[in-house]
Design a protein around this ligand. Structure first.
Ligand code: SF4
Length: 284
């Protein structure tokens, strides 16, 4: 996937993991699976192995290459907290987010128990970071709502909910400790319908709890026609972003080479090229 994203609530995507497995009803029409499987068996394509889960260590340093601050959706094509992603790799992804702190990261998972456990232990070094937003998906009462409890218990500075695809009325939800809520309906040929009353219930609860509310889309078979207005207006509220200066290219290159060393020799010369720096300028 390219770095630039068409997802309404982010600028860019970063996929140091590719592929996933389904875990709950929200996964039924997973767009990432549909996209990835289209390229299974295509030699040389990033998704040659379809939606099979694999680590992509050569992608780890990517945010360090981006010299302009972005909002980055982490693993739009996977789930960072999938059980087959080793703790050590999750830690490395978090280290990069800690280093490249001029971006804002949105980490969204359906494996909220592991998110909670790791933020309290091996990821505690980023728990206070305001430029990393940790979120969980909430599609229904049975599978989604219990994830909110895990997320609230996670010692994160910024927590968010992606209520998408919203599959039923969630009823009254405890939004204590939640800093942002996104709501959206499913899109695509087999999209499951979303009732307006379900959306308004979440909006009402966000208003009451003073939680920023973002309405992403109605979805449906013709997503662009259905649009994203609710009661004649759009809702684009978000938490405020932390601001950190962008280091010089030389400093960024030093960080990139450190990350490359974790990955057992990512191609450093390619990194030079990506940053537009001549090899003879190397200070290493
Ligand atoms: S957790 Fe996300 S990426 Fe994984 S199968 Fe479900 S919807 Fe797709």
């Amino acid at each position: 996937m390219s770095a630039k994203s068409t997802i309404e609530w982010t600028d860019s995507t970063w996929n140091p993991v590719r592929g996933c497995t389904k875990i709950s009803p929200g996964c039924k029409h997973c767009y990432a699976e549909t996209f990835a499987e289209r390229f299974r068996g295509v030699p040389g394509h990033p998704y040659e192995q379809g939606f099979d889960l694999r680590l992509i260590p050569e992608k780890l340093a990517e945010p360090l290459r981006w010299g302009t601050p972005k909002t980055v959706f982490v693993n739009s094509m996977s789930d960072l907290f999938h059980e087959d992603v080793p703790d050590r790799y999750v830690e490395q992804v978090a280290r990069v987010m800690q280093m490249a702190n001029w971006h804002t990261y949105q980490v969204l998972t359906k494996r909220s128990e592991r998110l909670r456990t790791m933020l309290a232990t091996k990821l505690s070094f980023v728990a206070d970071a305001r430029h990393i937003w940790w979120g969980t998906s909430v599609e229904d009462k049975k599978h989604g709502v219990p994830r909110i409890i895990d997320l609230r218990q996670a010692p994160a500075a910024v927590r968010f909910l992606s209520v998408e695809p919203l599959l039923e009325d969630l009823g009254e939800v405890d939004l204590t400790g939640i800093h942002w809520v996104i709501v959206g309906g499913e899109s695509g040929a087999r999209a499951r319908p979303m009732d307006e009353a379900w959306v308004k219930s979440v909006r009402r609860q966000c208003n009451a709890a003073k939680v920023p509310f973002f309405f992403k889309q109605w979805g449906g078979v013709r997503k662009s026609e259905a649009g994203r207005e609710l009661d004649g207006r759009t809702y684009n509220d978000m938490p405020s972003r932390a601001s950190h200066p962008v280091p010089t290219r030389t400093k960024r290159f030093t960080m990139i080479t450190e990350v490359a060393s974790w990955a057992n020799g990512s191609p450093v010369l390619e990194v030079w090229g990506a940053m537009g720096l001549p090899p003879q300028a190397s200070h290493l």
